[in-house]
Design a protein around this ligand. Structure first.
Ligand code: NAP
Ligand code: ZN
Ligand code: ZN
Length: 349
């Protein structure tokens, strides 16, 4: 066993605090990483505060991980010591169900093994995430991070990146299409960058007027303040696709109304309460309402390679781990441009 150091929540109401715990010795197919950077996803906060129910403690959050390979098992072929590598939301899956066989491990029939707040395939060992100095993961769930990408700015690609890239690809967003991105946070700002890089016309919907200039700088063609009824009315029935990344309860019908006939709204945000749906929002124009979860391992690698080629990176504020609780408070207030990333060297301080 290797002793790991990190930060954990001991309960849904306690702040994150230092912890020591054991990681397994790398097996034949395992890669051991020194964690360099880990992004702070709103899902970390939802789970650390048990907002979705079923959280297990102590919990070391973190699933936007970039690290340096320090050890490899005897059968590891994909990585060698010194490589830059990434780990996202999953560290394993059943590998035999139809979804796993299609490379859609995020929809594994057994549910994938998530990077933290989950159990290893033995059904009992808790997994612990990237707010820590060392990680041991099966090579099949470790990604190659293109060498031209700044590792701190690449870390959020492992969740915020793939979660927005995957639905844009699945719904075939491209040139000539008008795409709405609702909520300009960690996911939203990546959605804007990807939709723009894929050639779409991008409209950002933000609930205050504070992010207008940033949205344009990040690549949006238009910015709408969603509380402004006139601005919303002017876009009714004009969009082909809407990506909803909002983390809190909100009126979904207002965004369905923006879609043209046969348009799709895809939910990636996971507010802690149900979102009431007005049937006519869908029926009136044969609209679709769907959801999407992260992305498969192959698609995550495709996304990282796309980012390497097009130089797509997250806009980040790098913090030491000692500021993680303050970062959670600021994330809830929307006070982040546009992703907090923890510099894990700070654990040594
Ligand atoms: P984030 O950085 O906090 O961004 C969320 C954005 O939602 C905010 O920036 C804000 O945008 C908007 N928002 C927040 N409170 C709001 C309110 N009361 N009313 C209206 N809008 C509000 O969070 P994130 O890390 O991007 O995550 C977003 C959501 O996606 C979370 O629920 C997270 O758990 C979920 N998620 C899902 C997946 C998946 O696989 N489906 C993966 C990762 C994360 P504006 O200020 O621009 O309005
Ligand atoms: Zn996430
Ligand atoms: Zn499976």
């Amino acid at each position: 066993m290797t002793t790991a150091r990190g930060y954990a929540a001991q309960s849904a109401t306690s702040p994150l605090a230092p912890i020591q715990f054991e990681r397994r010795e790398p097996g034949a197919r395992d890669v051991q990483l020194e964690v360099l950077f880990c992004g702070i996803c709103h899902s970390d906060l939802h789970q650390a505060r048990d907002e979705w129910g079923g959280s297990a403690f102590p919990m070391v959050p973190g699933h936007e991980i970039v690290g340096r390979v320090t050890r490899v098992g005897a059968d590891v072929t994909k990585f060698k010591v010194g490589d830059l590598a990434g780990v996202g939301c999953m560290v394993d899956a059943c590998r035999t169900c139809p979804s796993c066989k299609e490379g859609l491990e995020q929809y594994c029939a057994q549910t994938p093994v998530y990077t933290y707040n989950s159990k290893e395939r033995d059904g009992k060992t808790p997994t612990q995430g990237g707010y820590s100095d060392v990680l041991v993961v099966d090579q099949d769930f470790v990604l190659k991070v293109p060498a031209n990408l700044d590792p701190a700015r690449a870390a959020p690609l492992l969740c915020a990146g793939i979660t927005t890239y995957s639905p844009l690809r699945h719904w075939k967003v491209g040139p000539g299409q008008r795409v709405g991105v609702v909520g300009l946070g960690g996911l939203g700002h990546m959605g804007v960058k990807f939709a723009r890089a894929m050639g779409a016309h991008v409209v950002v919907f933000s609930h205050t007027d504070k992010k207008k200039q940033d949205a344009l700088r990040l690549g949006a063609h238009e910015v709408v303040v969603s509380s402004n009824a006139e601005e919303m009315e002017a876009r009714a029935g004009t969009l082909d696709f809407v990506l909803d990344t909002v983390s809190a309860p909100h009126d979904i019908n207002a965004y369905l109304g923006l879609l043209r006939r046969d348009g799709s709204l895809v939910l990636v945000g996971v507010p802690e309460k149900p979102l009431p749906l007005q049937p006519f929002s869908l029926i009136a124009q044969r609209r679709s309402f769907s959801g999407s979860s992260i992305g498969g391992i192959n698609e995550t690698q495709e996304m990282l390679d796309f980012c390497g080629k097009h130089e797509v990176l997250s806009d980040v504020e790098v913090i030491p781990i000692q500021q993680v609780n303050e970062a959670y408070t600021r994330l809830l207030k929307g006070d982040v441009k546009y992703r907090f990333v923890i510099d894990m060297r700070s654990l040594k301080e």
